[in-house]
Design a protein around this ligand. Structure first.
Ligand code: ZN
Length: 108
């Protein structure tokens, strides 16, 4: 009721000047209240005044998911690349080939 609360007197003056009926006056009040609410809710959804994070378009609160830790030797836990996703995938692939085509199949 924010709009009505702060504008009903001004609108009443205008209503008196232009000789609106009570019903017209009430309808105007409600309609304007509704429109300002709509505007505010749109505004809330689209605008944030926080500064955007470096290299991103949104702020730290609205930027979405983290892009994750740095890959490869950019990561502080990187040692020699033995456990990078790529290396692990390659070993699994090699082992699957062995399991499928190798002579000594462990599972008969
Ligand atoms: Zn934001």
């Amino acid at each position: 009721m924010q709009y009505i609360q702060s504008n009903y007197q001004a609108l009443a003056r205008k209503a008196a000047e232009q000789q609106w009926s009570h019903l017209d006056y009430l309808a105007q009040l409600v309609e304007r209240e509704f429109t300002t609410r709509e505007m505010r809710s749109i505004e809330r959804r689209i605008s944030c005044q926080c500064p955007a994070i470096r290299d991103r378009s949104r702020c730290r609160l609205h930027g979405g998911l983290s892009p994750g830790a740095p890959r490869g030797d950019q990561n502080g836990n990187y040692v020699d690349g033995h456990y990078t996703a790529e290396a692990v995938r390659e070993r699994r692939w090699a082992k699957s080939l062995l399991d499928t085509f190798g002579k000594d199949k462990p599972h008969g």
